[in-house]
Design a protein around this ligand. Sequence first.
Ligand SMILES: Nc1ncnc2c1ncn2[C@@H]1O[C@H](COP(=O)(O)OP(=O)(O)O)[C@@H](O)[C@H]1O
Ligand SMILES: [Mg+2]
Length: 383
Amino acid sequence: MTGLNYSKARAIQQQNMDFGKNLLSCGFELALGSSDFDEERSRIRTEWEDIFTNTDMYNLKKDEIKIKFPKLGDGSFCSVFPVHVRNGKTKEFNENLPPFALKQVSMNITEGENERLLLVASTDLVHEAQLLRKLQHTNIIELIGTSDEVIDKGRFFVILEKLECTLESKVEKWAKIRGPFKQITPKSAVELRVSLVAIPIASGLEYLHSKSVMYRDLKPGNIGFDELGNIKIFDFGLAIEVPKGKRIKGAAGTLRYMAPEIRSKSVESYGFPVDVYSFAIMLWEIITSRLPFAKEIPASSFSEPKEIPDDKRPNLKYVESKTLAALLGACWSVNPDERWNFEKIILELQKYSAEFALVNGSKMKPPKMKPSSRRLSTSQHIR
Ligand SMILES: Nc1ncnc2c1ncn2[C@@H]1O[C@H](COP(=O)(O)OP(=O)(O)O)[C@@H](O)[C@H]1O
Ligand SMILES: [Mg+2]
């Protein structure tokens, strides 16, 4: 495998993506794939599997990884970099392979004086890795490996599959395409976003809830796209395992997407429907390419956010479809018991897609997305 072949194949794939964008003129980059690209992907997968077979992926030493620049992103306590992993057999780094993503505690914390913050940040990352190790689903970020260190001086790191962009950047792009004056997103664009974004996110959440994992921080900044355009829910920093029937306490999440029962001082504990509320707010954002509660919580402002009344919701006048408006209305109910579960949400979203196809004919249907080719078949990899 040469890097050159891969770059060429990627360039072709990129052209296909642009074609998808022009064809559907709604800012959706579709990975239509090409045989060159598929061939390269399969060779890459073989090389990755060789690394996983010959390397102790959950006991990685510092000299078994090579961190690259520029940084992929920063979180509240962490930094994320591209990274290559050494093949335990050849003892070499193949830098022609696409990198993974390394998440570690940010340097200003590891090198700072605040011991408590360092402990919190490191513990959170260990917790995230422990949780991710139990999960396997096409729409959940894949844990590739972890360091041998546990908490010592924040040296713990996790290695994840690398994402191309987040839903947050995608929504910004959609908003630009829509422009400031257009009120409503075209129906064809809404349908694509429902089938390629909303349904996969709901599938990931249905899986998480079936595994008793409450995610608690659903927002476009924590949803990513891989190279093929597949949706991946990542950032499990606030996710928590909750035994069936149990409720939990303690505010967690991002205010804009936070369910009223978490925000409200009068409610003592909450359950899985908090994720359904966040999903509904995010779905409104996906459909309309508008920021929810923009008046109460401006995008970039140093001023204190205003309080959001428990029954205040984004405006449904921007949502043309009655099916989608009804879904939003139910899923962002003030009463958590009235919110649907993800099984029902997926069924309704699929029904919406089917109705759309029926009215508009098959020519508007998007090409079928390929399943992530990166998901590995080897069971030893996910333990
Ligand atoms: N697997 C990944 N691939 C590429 N970029 C990533 C990946 N994971 C995280 N990032 C980038 O790093 C940022 C912070 O990561 P995140 O896991 O969301 O941390 P935090 O818990 O602090 O929000 C993300 O917003 C994203 O830009
Ligand atoms: Mg995050």
